[in-house]
Design a protein around this ligand. Sequence first.
Ligand SMILES: Nc1ncnc2c1ncn2[C@@H]1O[C@H](COP(=O)(O)OP(=O)(O)OP(=O)(O)O)[C@@H](O)[C@H]1O
Ligand SMILES: [Mg+2]
Length: 372
Amino acid sequence: MSTAQGIIGNRYRLERSLGEGGMGQVFLASDTLFHHKLVALKLLKERMAENEGIRRRFDQEVRVCAALSNINIVQVTDCGVTEEGYPYYVMEYLDGRSLSSILMEEGRLSPARAVNIAIQICNGLAAAHEGFEYQGRRVTIVHRDLKPENIFIVDSGMGELVKILDFGIAKICSEIQSTLIPTTQQGMFLGTAHYSSPEQIRVEPVGPASDIYSLGMMLYEMLSGTDPFGLVAEGNTKMQAWLKAHLNRPPIPLRQQPDCEHISPALEAVVMRCLEKSPDRRFPSAVALAAALQTAIQENRTVVTAPLGTTSGIPWGWVIACLSVILVAIGFVIWLLATPSKKEECTFESDPNCYCEKQQKLPNPDSRCSAI
Ligand SMILES: Nc1ncnc2c1ncn2[C@@H]1O[C@H](COP(=O)(O)OP(=O)(O)OP(=O)(O)O)[C@@H](O)[C@H]1O
Ligand SMILES: [Mg+2]
């Protein structure tokens, strides 16, 4: 590298650390070959084995991720391996906040905001799950590590724009790890426990339904501020407890969580379906989930007008709708009573126009009707 001089791949100058996660560290860097444009560079922790085949495979997999282009997925632009053997990849630099820091600050989000974020995540997932062309073949990618830390929110000027980070990277990292860890430990679950699907924990093959489960976990947290197994409330942080809960513990219905009565039953049903233990019982695709969320949030808007945190449970939407109908009916009756029945009551003295009209004649200035 020249990692010592803070230059990676003879090109990217590291400016400062943006943060660190389980798989590596992300730096703000400037691209010295391209107008010193700011980029984000993720340097993976796991050193890659001195094996040309593995390096080629890493390169290939990151290039596939780079070919995935969608407004809701962070754009990967380059990758490589440092002289010391640490893999890295480069992506667009985002000026915003992660969903985890938003949740840490705000606790939970309104249904409209949570659903807006979730629908944008669905849009990104749909692009990767449905597949795209790469070097003449169709490839699909499952994220495998959806969690609030990997969801970035940028202020687009027209509302919140969601960017999914680390698409497909979990698979690449577990492949690098599997070349390094002893064979006795292979086949063990190596991941983030809080948002992982039951099939991931069982180390079975995973498909789009696994990402839908993780998104369901995030939606539940965005809406309630807690987890569906009551582990946060119990103060249980043990990894084993989370793994067991995903596998066996039935999730608590969303509306039973404190201050969640304002969430519509339809929205609750969508979230709970994402959390089904069996992948077959979840939504068949991210597109289907987005459509269900769209319908459910409309119901949430018409039925519920109580603000976030209101616990009265009064269906204010219905109360206001009924009052409006009653007011319109009263107004109509008053109008009918106040309007005189002109055709029946008018005389020539009271209204020559009306009288002459009844007689099929025209009024004239000397107060006589003249024949038409
Ligand atoms: N493209 C980017 N632009 C700006 N900030 C970023 C970008 N990518 C990551 N970050 C920030 O860098 C920090 C570290 O990200 P990183 O992905 O290493 O952590 P993580 O998601 O918690 O862990 P993991 O390694 O499991 O993905 C996070 O705070 C994230 O918000
Ligand atoms: Mg990450």
